[in-house]
Design a protein around this ligand. Structure first.
Ligand code: CAA
Length: 381
């Protein structure tokens, strides 16, 4: 069993670490406060090849492995989870979905500019009444012969206004339930497609989250992904990889908060010595370090399984469940270690605590991960 990263993976990790310190850290507090999308930073991430990391170079991707992807997600998330979610959605949900299930013409037209970072994508599954219960899609896609007519509303869509290409899941044949669902590529400027106001969120406030409205939106038939009725499987297969990316984001938020708490605990003095020398704080740090190491093992293993072509659904859900809980617990403790300073913005940990919460909600809540895990370990009883 090898626990070492390759030379190439170490280089990619270092590049992401440098980027996070030099490009993300300055301005991260202001972007959070003013809900400002990190447009410049995302553009630079595209130039570094971090927006189509696992895509084949023939489609303008970087041809990297999933382990490299989680290393990048971890490093960016240590500093700025609002930016890393853009990276995650574009890589795992949009680029992966198109590369794995799109046809050649769709890859040429849509995947190439998304993988190079020239354009950004969004994945549109959630609805006002279909979050965890994703089979209950209310958005309809009526088959009109040479095109489909889309009607409905999508909610909480990451990259909602900055995306140019939207992968939209919709119901074509209600009687067939999930087998009547399709996935479509929708371009931003299509008539009838409108973007709702930006959500005012607790965390990841720099990312732009919107509802989307479709009113008689005409989507050409060639923009359907896969065969008729493949949409639900498309969404599930795509989310399987996405959950590894979000697990890595949670790991990064946890590790970032821990590193800040550790540094602070060594500097801050109380009762005549650094607070790290008080057992109450030292034990907190020990717990945090242990949880992070366990989360890291789960996240890296899930990515490694994906790279080996081995089943990774169970591992991905376990990684997301554990790492997101660790992120929540550790960020709360990091605020506690900082005391009063932890409660103000300049020390970063309060933002991380707010950001951590979403990792237990999006791309499947913790309860959904437990459903996936328990179904896998129990099988059919
Ligand atoms: N791969 C392939 N097929 C799958 C699958 C998978 N991982 N999971 C389910 N399916 C198939 C099943 O085989 C079944 O098909 P058949 O009838 O042909 O066998 C079909 O899908 C329905 O499956 P279930 O009966 O298990 O459906 P369910 O409703 O009981 O449960 C679920 C499915 C796992 C709960 C699913 O609805 C789910 O994952 N929900 C969470 C949705 C989610 O993660 N949303 C995130 C939004 S995206 C986002 O957050 C992005 C962002 O902005 C960052």
């Amino acid at each position: 069993m090898l626990f070492e990263l390759s030379e190439e993976q170490l280089m990619i990790q270092q590049a992401a670490r440098d980027f996070a310190q030099l490009e993300l850290k300055p301005g991260v507090i202001e972007r959070d406060e003013h809900q400002k999308f990190p447009a410049e930073q995302v553009k630079k991430l595209g130039e570094l090849g971090f927006l189509g990391m696992m895509v084949d170079p023939k489609y303008n991707g970087s041809g990297m492995d999933a382990v490299s992807y989680v290393l990048v997600m971890e490093e960016l998330s240590k500093v700025d989870a609002s930016t890393s979610v853009v990276v995650s959605v574009n890589n795992s949900l949009v680029c992966y979905g198109l590369e794995a299930y799109g046809n050649e013409a769709q890859k040429e037209k849509y995947l190439k500019p998304l993988a190079s970072g020239e354009k950004i994508g969004a994945f549109c599954l959630s609805e006002p009444e279909a979050g965890s219960d994703a089979t209950s899609q209310q958005t309809t896609a009526e088959d009109m012969g040479d095109h489909y007519l889309l009607n409905g509303t999508k909610n909480w869509i990451t990259n909602g206004s900055t995306a140019s290409t939207y992968l939209v899941i919709a119901q074509t044949n209600k009687a067939l339930r999930h087998k009547g669902i399709n996935a479509f590529i929708v371009e931003k400027d299509t008539p009838g497609f409108t973007i709702g106001p930006k959500e005012n969120k607790l965390g990841i406030r720099g990312s732009d989250t919107h509802s989307l409205m479709f009113s008689d939106v005409k989507v050409p038939k060639e923009n359907r992904i896969g065969g008729d009725g493949f949409g639900f499987k498309f969404a599930m297969k795509t989310l399987e990889g996405g959950r590894i990316g979000i697990a890595a984001q949670a790991l990064g938020i946890a590790a970032g908060a821990y590193e800040l708490a550790l540094a602070y605990a060594k500097e801050r003095k109380s009762f005549g010595k650094p607070i790290a020398e008080h057992q109450a704080i030292a034990f907190k740090l020990a717990d945090m370090a242990t949880q992070i190491e366990a989360a890291r093992m789960l996240v890296y293993k899930a990515a490694w399984l994906k790279d080996q072509g081995l089943p990774y659904v169970l591992a991905g859900s376990m990684a997301k469940l554990f790492a997101s809980k660790a992120a929540m617990d550790i960020t709360v403790e990091a605020v506690q270690v900082h005391g009063g300073y932890g409660f103000v913005k300049e020390y970063h940990v309060e933002r991380m605590m707010r950001d951590a919460k979403i990792t237990q909600i999006y791309e499947g809540t913790s309860e959904i991960q437990k459903m996936v895990i328990s179904r896998s370990i129990l099988g059919s009883i």
